[in-house]
Design a protein around this ligand. Structure first.
Ligand code: FE2
Length: 326
């Protein structure tokens, strides 16, 4: 039987209380504290064993392209209103810092968390909450535009292996889109064409800070890679250039899109849900919604996780620095 698109784990109340106690026992003021980050994997060893086993199965077997842990201790009432200001300019309640510590501990079961200097002020945890100035953009901080399904940061060789989305609140039940490639729907010719390194992957506008900042460049590569019988995927329909001189490439990409879209699911995250996406196998997006900016609407915390921190060593200040300068 085929594994589910989203593997599910629901914490018992005992497990949730244990995780809450663990977070409270950590004397840490911010997840961006380097001392915390170098010990996060050690503390993650104190998470409930069944939860760690679930995440390890997800990581090691690649059975499902996504998984959800439900019932995490996220005290959305105490965390205050959904922020309309992002980045370092915002002070956080102790309950919010604890939720972020929990996010990093669970993420550490899959790899190392990291951030981008040009995204969300270089923070390791991004607040995906609607901002008025982004209302009509396809950014995570937008609202009126739906976000087309995509591989996260497809343009960058050091992109996340996993993306974590911890839901603080989602009262309007705005759906997150999740999809994966059904490789059996692609012909051998299409598979070969999509595995050619002739595609140009471009950064999205979330990396644009100001005219004075260097905007990261595009990267060339293939859409499919890894095992040809069960390939990994790199694709963002809005930020890719197809080669002009390759016959049949547009048809191959159209077939790829169909082979993903037939299996799209729409999942409404609830408070305390932590969704992990395998960024090599799953694509994700988000439906549009009407933002009101009164502090009660959708608020999701995003975490980037890498299986191999060394891959970006040349783009970080030191071995323990988790922020990539692009
Ligand atoms: Fe995304």
């Amino acid at each position: 039987m085929r594994p589910p698109v989203v593997a599910e784990y629901t914490l018992s109340s005992t497990e949730a209380e244990h995780i809450q106690s663990l977070a409270e026992s950590l004397d840490v003021g911010s997840v961006d504290d380097e001392r915390f980050l170098t010990r996060a994997a050690v503390w993650a060893g104190e998470l409930p064993r069944n939860l760690r086993a679930f995440l390890e199965d997800f990581r090691a077997t690649e059975g499902s392209p996504a998984c959800r842990v439900a019932g995490l201790p996220v005290d959305s009432e105490r965390m205050g209103p959904t922020p309309v200001v992002a980045g370092r300019r915002r002070s956080k309640a102790a309950s919010e810092i604890r939720a972020e510590l929990v996010a990093v501990l669970l993420s550490s079961c899959l790899g190392d968390v990291f951030g981008w200097r040009l995204q969300h002020d270089g923070l390791l945890i991004h607040d995906l909450a609607p901002r008025p100035e982004h209302e009509d953009t396809g950014l995570g901080t937008g609202s009126r535009q739906h976000i087309n399904w995509h591989t996260e940061d497809s343009f960058h060789p050091c992109r996340a292996d996993y993306v974590g989305l911890l839901c603080v609140r989602n009262p309007a039940q705005v759906p997150t889109t999740i999809g994966f490639l059904d490789i059996s729907l692609l012909s051998d010719a299409d598979r070969r064409m999509l595995a050619e390194p002739v595609f140009t992957f471009k950064p999205d506008p979330s990396y644009f800070v100001s005219d004075a900042e260097p905007f990261p460049g595009p990267d060339r590569g293939s859409i499919l890679y890894g095992d040809s019988a069960d390939p990994y995927l790199r694709f963002d329909q809005d930020y890719i250039d197809l080669p002009a001189d390759v016959a049949g490439v547009e048809d191959a990409v159209a077939c790829l899109r169909r082979a993903i879209e037939v299996n799209l699911i729409h999942l409404s995250l609830r408070s305390g849900d932590f969704l992990f996406l395998d960024n090599r196998r799953a694509v994700h997006g988000r439906a549009s919604f009407q933002a009101t900016y009164v502090g009660t609407e959708r608020w999701v915390k995003r975490v980037n996780i890498t299986s191999d921190l060394k891959r970006s060593r040349h783009l970080r200040g030191s071995a323990s620095d988790r922020v990539i300068r692009v």
